[in-house]
Design a protein around this ligand. Structure first.
Ligand code: PLP
Length: 460
């Protein structure tokens, strides 16, 4: 991965190793391996300092939906920067462009959601959702109703509260997480966790029963909310089993527990609907958004809520004197302008229609690897997928996670010129830009296939 400095150019690799602490990286190993330094983007490809092209099969971190060279987004940012580059939203102030975005997003969102707040990252959005729920239950005289239930393998961010909702070892191990008031129930991964002969529907019933039992065990008066990604992303691209959300929502209603839908990955067309909520019949009380909202060209996230939640917190803030939450960059006008332009492009180019047109090609290209000796399951929806590596298909046997086989595969992928991502339990993730063409998808699948064959050689 290390690229030597060319004449006169800075040695980014040496400087990086000298001063830069990376995210989600083995920091010790990084001192040996050095960084992968990208210097330019064009369409669905990024380029390193030597001019080597990589097709981005992950849209960065599931976010650059419009690829890496959308000039209209740069122009929108420039225009806003030269008009009103910054304004905050404290004490009743705001930029006009942020109101325009708020109106647009509320119009797009599932119907029961009528009010919106902004933040800069998905983690901040989920932290905000937790604080909203707590403030709301204080407002309605239920101060003990504060626990939030998340799921094994969930990913909701890395800040102290959102990182507590996340249930992936790398995120909590060594960081003293989770904090108090956070609980977890089972992951809805049918292929891995269903019992012998258990159908998707039966598995979903078992998970809903488990949630019901958990709420009863904790005491319904102490449980405030349940949070879920419609399709789990970083936890493995786990598509929920049939009837899962229908059954889960029934349980939540029974116990007056709110549903927070984390659409940070699934929002804005990633799985073929504007939001994952539509695909799975979810009626959220709170929804969090991020990533593709600006196609990642500027940091921005959002938190939508039901009118009844807003009414309670508004009345409470009237009593207390202020709703004391918000960030310096909440509703940042440059991000808002970029988000508005992103939404215009999604609409004008019928990105949803495009995603739905190319999805069968994408999913069947990956599906064609299901006969490969290393592949146990190919799963996904829309332009979101994972290939699960297994040691043996029957009986089903997963690799020891320390084997690092998916990591090896992803590194071979980089050599072949495709950027993929390792997930939990030796799965490999795919979330190509929404603008990918069928030829781009074929190239991704082809380069992945080569990396998979390389991996087979070292697997046994
Ligand atoms: N929620 C989900 C579903 C995510 O996938 C992520 C990030 O990948 C987050 C929240 C956190 O977002 P951020 O990294 O912007 O804090």
């Amino acid at each position: 991965m290390t690229q030597p400095a060319v004449d006169g150019a800075k040695d980014w690799s040496a400087i990086d190793r000298a001063v830069y602490v990376h995210s989600s990286t083995n920091l010790q190993q990084h001192l040996v391996d050095g960084p992968m330094v990208l210097t330019r983007g064009e369409g669905v490809r990024v380029f390193d300092g030597d001019g080597k092209a990589y097709i981005e099969a992950m849209s960065g971190l599931w976010c650059a939906g419009l690829g890496f060279s959308e000039k209209r987004l740069a122009d929108a940012a420039y225009k806003q920067m030269t008009t009103l580059p910054y304004y905050h939203n404290f004490q009743g102030k705001t930029a006009d462009v942020t109101i325009e975005l708020a109106e647009r997003l509320v119009a797009l969102a599932p119907k029961p959601l009528t009010k919106i707040m902004f933040a800069s990252s998905g983690s901040e959005a989920n932290d905000t959702a937790i604080k909203l729920v707590w403030y709301y239950n204080n407002a309605r005289g239920k101060p003990a109703k504060k626990k939030i239930i998340s799921r094994e393998q969930a990913y909701h961010g890395v800040t102290i509260a959102a990182g507590s909702l996340t249930r992936l070892k790398a995120i909590y191990d060594g960081f003293d997480l989770p904090i108090d008031r956070i609980r977890h129930v089972g992951c809805p991964h049918h292929y891995k966790l269903a019992q012998d002969g258990e159908s998707e529907e039966q598995f979903a019933t078992r998970l809903a029963d488990e949630l019901d039992a958990k709420i009863r065990e904790e005491g319904p008066d102490t449980v405030a909310a349940f949070i879920a990604e419609p399709i789990m992303g970083a936890g493995g691209v786990i598509v929920p089993p049939a009837t899962y959300f229908e059954k889960i929502q029934r349980v939540l209603k029974t116990h007056d527990v709110l549903l927070i839908c984390d659409e940070v990955i699934t929002g804005f067309g990633r799985i073929g609907t504007m939001f994952g909520a539509e695909k799975f019949g979810i009626a959220p009380d709170i929804m969090t958004l991020g990533k593709q909202m600006t196609s990642a060209y500027a940091p921005m996230s959002a938190i939508l809520m039901r009118e009844s939640i807003f009414e309670s917190i508004a009345a409470e803030s009237g009593k207390r004197g202020t709703f004391g939450h918000g960030y310096t960059y909440s509703g940042h006008p440059v991000s808002a302008a970029v988000a508005l332009e992103t939404l215009r492009i999604y609409e004008e180019r019928d990105i949803l229609g495009h995603v739905n047109r190319i999805t069968p090609t994408f999913q069947s290209l990956l599906e064609s690897y299901s006969n490969h000796p290393l592949v146990g399951e190919v799963r996904g929806e829309g332009l979101l997928a994972a290939v699960q590596l297994v040691q043996s298909k029957s009986p089903k046997k997963f690799f020891d996670t320390t084997a690092g086989l998916a990591k090896y595969l992803v590194a071979r992928g980089h050599e072949h010129g495709v950027i993929l991502r390792v997930l939990q339990n030796d799965a490999v993730a795919f979330a190509p830009p929404l603008i990918s063409t069928e030829d781009d998808l074929k190239q991704i699948a082809d380069l992945f296939g080569r990396a998979l064959d390389d991996t087979l050689k070292v697997a046994r």
